[in-house]
Ligand binder design. Structure first.
Ligand code: SF4
Ligand code: SF4
Length: 108
């Protein structure tokens, strides 16, 4: 089975995923304590995790595709469930080349 087929079927674990959820817009909450250089503001004025030109959150360790601030990651990231509905939806979208070329960003 191809990686894309696995992604579509929904049987991928974080350890074998390209941290697709770390491409989503992460809105920070008052209880979050993330260094300012990792954050920015959305057009709507919400404080969010900054993303790089590649689309991934700048806190991602691109070598192993793990969160570089895991112990202090935002509350939204803590609540994001592997193989939950949002996980499956974003992986399905990421695995679809048509959707990838016209991807929209979701606000968690
Ligand atoms: S939660 Fe889902 S989308 Fe995020 S890294 Fe894990 S498998 Fe991938
Ligand atoms: S803070 Fe960590 S878990 Fe949250 S989006 Fe960024 S890299 Fe991913």
């Amino acid at each position: 089975m191809t990686d894309s087929a696995k992604l579509s079927r929904g049987d991928v674990r974080c350890s074998s995923c390209e941290a697709v959820c770390c491409r989503l817009t992460v809105v920070l909450q008052p209880e979050d304590h993330v260094p300012g250089y990792l954050t920015t503001y959305s057009p709507e004025g919400l404080r969010v995790m900054r993303r790089g030109d590649d689309g991934w959150c700048v806190a991602l360790n691109s070598t192993n595709m793990n969160c570089g601030i895991y112990e202090t990651r935002p509350s939204v990231c803590r609540r994001f469930m592997m193989n939950g509905p949002y996980c499956k939806a974003i992986r399905a979208e990421y695995s679809d080349p048509i959707a990838v070329s016209d991807r929209h960003q979701a606000i968690l």
